[in-house]
Write a protein that binds this ligand. Structure first.
Ligand code: NAD
Ligand code: WQD
Length: 340
């Protein structure tokens, strides 16, 4: 299939582009590079041994996006382009609604103009808020606790309403990711957090690399086995493979819209993650327990059974592989920083 990947130079998008190209799909990346480096495109090309066509544009530029899709004529679009910082969304909600909701509307309009009716959408498990039960099914209550989460849920509503409209040809697979972590095993692409990382894994690898003095563990007084937060950490390559599988479902075209949790179904605590990374890097990763982070939930892990059944997919990479791949990427980042 010919696939346009919005946000294809980003963390999850770049890994998905690699998997698509390695499986013979034609890919065209659309990215503004507002939160990624142009060099990612060349690194993907080097990795797969194929050129990676791309258009540098803001998906909010509806005219440019429409022209691009009319020119490329994709069979499907995978929509990653969005702003994703929870903290930032609290201080700049309008920018987040514009980027994430208006951006999705702009894309849907452009797809309609270009006659493209297949969409895979990046959603997030944060829309569940503090889940009533774990593992979390797709039928769980939706209570996004932040503007970021609300922009992703609103985007889901827009997509589903467009799918359900009379005479609509749009079909969509909505994928709710739990906690993506890790990097491509080549060490050539991975997460590129700008400034202070928002998430646990890059904070641990930067600490292990000596770039930070210690990891702050946000609370050890939660009602969990070791008192720290519990999450479903899924390897980014497992996520990427699920997107390829979602395309195959869309190619069949027999569903209207499908909403699926992408997780491992295996919960790990913050301290278990720190220990797993310590085992891989070969020395204890220093940490300090501090007060809870405002807005954090206690625990969340997926019931991935629908995705496993309907996508014929399963997360296969272990916690050790996650740590090994993340650590290899961090070491390569450190080497590149020294070369630059
Ligand atoms: P990322 O920031 O690494 O990648 C997003 C990419 O989109 C970047 O390359 C950025 O330059 C581009 N982009 C952003 N706004 C754009 C715009 N207006 N026009 C064109 N390009 C634009 O983020 P990621 O971690 O790869 O996340 C990808 C998607 O997955 C996002 O929709 C995010 O909400 C969702 N998601 C991420 C996580 C996570 O923890 N990383 C978890 C759940 C869901
Ligand atoms: C995981 C655990 C923290 C950092 C976020 C977004 C969500 C999604 C994924 C986009 C928690 C603890 C963290 C640190 C810590 N992103 N932690 N010290 O909060 O589960 O989800 O990223 O869609 O929307 O909310 O991920 O990695 O920030 O935190 O102790 O320096 O690690 O308290 O228990 P989170 P996270």
């Amino acid at each position: 299939m010919k696939v346009v990947v919005t946000g294809g130079a980003g963390y999850i998008g770049s890994h998905t582009v690699v998997e698509l190209l390695e499986r013979g799909h034609d890919v065209h990346v659309v990215d503004s590079f507002c939160n990624s480096e142009r060099s990612v495109i060349a690194r993907i090309a080097g990795l797969v041994g194929k050129p990676v066509p791309f258009s540098e544009l803001d998906i909010l530029d509806s005219s440019a996006l429409t022209d691009c899709l009319i020119e490329v004529r994709p069979d499907a679009v995978i929509h990653f382009a969005a702003l994703k910082s929870v903290g930032e969304s609290i201080s700049m909600p309008l920018e987040y609604y514009r980027a994430n909701v208006e951006g999705t509307i702009s894309l849907l309009s452009a797809m309609d103009a270009a006659g493209c009716s297949r969409l895979v959408f990046s959603s997030t498990a944060t829309i569940y808020g503090e889940p009533e039960e774990c593992p979390v099914p797709e039928t769980a209550s939706l209570r996004p606790p932040t503007p970021y989460g609300r922009t992703k849920l609103a985007s889901e509503w827009v997509i589903r309403d467009c799918v359900d409209a009379p005479d609509s040809k749009l079909i969509a697979v909505i994928l709710r990711y739990f906690n993506p972590v890790g990097a491509h095993p080549s060490g050539l692409i991975g997460e590129l957090p700008r400034g202070l990382p928002n998430n646990l894994a890059p904070y641990i690898t930067q600490t292990a690399a000596g770039l930070r003095s210690h990891v702050r563990v946000f609370g050890a007084d939660y009602p969990t086995p070791d008192g720290t937060g519990v999450r479903d950490f899924i390897h980014v390559v497992d996520l990427a493979v699920a997107h390829v599988a979602a395309l195959q479902v869309l190619e069949g075209g027999d569903g209207k819209s499908l909403t699926l949790n992408l997780g491992t179904g295996r919960p790990y605590s913050v301290l278990e993650m720190i220990q797993a990374f310590s085992d891989v890097v070969g020395h204890p990763v220093p940490y300090e327990v501090v007060e809870r982070r405002t807005g954090d939930i206690v625990e969340s892990w997926a019931d991935p059974s629908r995705a496993e059944a309907l996508l014929d997919w399963r997360a296969t990479r272990s916690l050790r592989e996650i740590c090994e791949d993340a650590w290899r990427w961090q070491r390569n980042l450190s080497c590149r920083a020294l070369e630059d």
